[in-house]
Design a protein around this ligand. Sequence first.
Ligand SMILES: [Zn+2]
Ligand SMILES: [Zn+2]
Length: 89
Amino acid sequence: MQPCHNCQAVIDEYILDKQLEPLRDLTVDDFNLCVDCTTIVEDACVECGGAVYEPRSESETPDYCPACRADLLSETGQDPGWVADTAST
Ligand SMILES: [Zn+2]
Ligand SMILES: [Zn+2]
């Protein structure tokens, strides 16, 4: 078992798995963060309407869930980041 990247607390995999459930594609193994350092925002993805994971370091709610971010990255070859670029429309 690995400690949390952010705060070094021991990760409770059971609780974290429950919290990650709306994200579907992600598991505890993708995170290395404890439940206290993980924020899930439901229905926030602009692409699929699914839940997004909000990095602690970001103050804004992300526009993309991790799955859509990965899709965009593989389609365009560019990482869109967590927030949609609305300036280019
Ligand atoms: Zn933590
Ligand atoms: Zn999505």
